[in-house]
Unconditional design. Structure first.
Length: 376
């Protein structure tokens, strides 16, 4: 089923008023946000060795998870990309990897000379500073290529520019950290941007790099930088993929990690800052926190993997309606005790939310009023 998506509208009057969001927030809608637990999907590792970023390809109905394996079970389960059907909620298989994966993104190759249009690949940064290109077929999947980013630590989160066929990946644990640009046509490194300004203090401490996103309207990447010597509360950098240069810097208020693009050319961070790209104005959503975040256009909500206690998924309702500030709609406790989660993704065709939990599997939730179980 296709969904009619409304837009978030931000208005800046005469350059004097703060950012205003038009958000629908009625008592009836808030009461309707009662999320139902649909079950836990088991994977071979049971996520005993941990996990990192997850990704939903809604067009294919596939959920991909960076599974770091489990050496404590017999036989040991290697690091892998786990594959789940988002409609049947069944585990379909895994593609084993030579090193623990971190960031994950699915891309649809199209218009490449000599390539079959519509072929899907999963790209993943791994612990050996490599980017793995993966055929995600549950039965015949394999690692198609490994691209060396040249770092000494992990390659982490990624974003894909489908216009220029470029992957941007964060090498967040190197000193200094850097970002790497990779051609998805040739599978070669095109260039890098180094971030020495993220290493400061006494003694010098690296503050890393976090989640990037691609914006098709500006034709640029946006990138969450938790802290720099100039902006100790963090910033969002705009990066031109062709020149491979930072073209604009937006200071933030709360040391961002996760980042998502909203309708109306707004960016939201995992710590709650909502940035109007055109004006640079920021409003902050109280009560949010976490690591990976995901905007789901199917239900027009933003999901935060990990709350302030790291075991919840806050939801920010972003529907168009009467004038109101972005707000925290609800919080779901998805783990207990020492269980933690920092990863979340949603299928915009059926509005199901996927949350991996260590030593358990992938939990699935849905707001019953928005869960679409119809055929694709």
């Amino acid at each position: 089923m296709k969904h009619k998506h409304s837009l978030i509208v931000s208005l800046l009057l005469l350059g004097l008023l703060p950012l205003v969001f038009l958000v629908h927030t009625s008592t009836a809608d808030d009461k309707a946000a009662q999320y139902k637990f649909l079950g836990t999907i088991s994977v071979p590792s049971h996520l005993g060795g941990g996990f990192d970023i997850s990704w939903v390809d809604s067009a294919l109905g596939r959920y991909y998870l960076a599974d770091r394996g489990n050496s404590t079970v017999s036989p040991a389960v290697p690091p892998a990309i786990d594959i789940i059907d988002t409609k049947s909620l069944k585990f379909l298989g895994s593609v084993a990897l030579p090193a623990a994966p971190n960031g994950v993104v699915a891309i649809h190759r199209s218009g490449f000379s000599g390539e079959e249009e519509g072929v899907t690949e999963v790209w993943a940064g791994d612990a050996a500073s490599m980017v793995d290109v993966i055929n995600p077929d549950p039965k015949t999947g394999s690692v198609l290529a490994r691209i060396n980013t040249g770092g000494t630590a992990r390659a982490d989160e990624l974003a894909f520019d489908p216009l220029d066929h470029i992957i941007l990946v964060a090498n967040d644990n190197d000193l200094p950290p850097f970002v790497t640009f990779i051609s998805t046509k040739t599978r070669t490194v095109l260039g890098k941007i180094f971030y020495p300004q993220t290493v400061f203090g006494t003694p010098p401490t690296g503050h890393g790099l976090e989640q990037p996103v691609w914006d098709g309207k500006t034709k640029t990447f946006f990138f969450a930088v938790p802290a720099t010597s100039t902006n100790p509360n963090g910033e969002i950098d705009e990066i031109n993929p062709k020149s491979m240069m930072v073209t604009k810097i937006y200071p933030t208020t709360c040391n961002p990690a996760g980042l998502a693009l909203l309708p109306g050319q707004n960016l939201i961070t995992s710590c709650g800052d909502v940035l109007d790209i055109e004006s640079g104005h920021i409003v902050t959503v109280a009560g949010t926190g976490g690591d990976e975040i995901w905007f789901n256009p199917g239900d027009e909500r933003v999901y935060f993997g990990g709350g302030l206690n790291r075991i919840s998924v806050p939801v920010v309702d972003t529907e168009l309606g009467r004038c109101f500030s972005p707000h925290l709609l609800t919080t779901l406790t998805v783990g207990s005790g020492s269980d933690t989660t920092h990863s979340v993704a949603a299928d915009n065709e059926n509005n199901r939310v996927f949350v991996p939990i260590r030593n358990e599997g992938v939990k699935v939730y849905a707001d019953e009023d928005r869960d679409d179980r119809g055929d694709r």
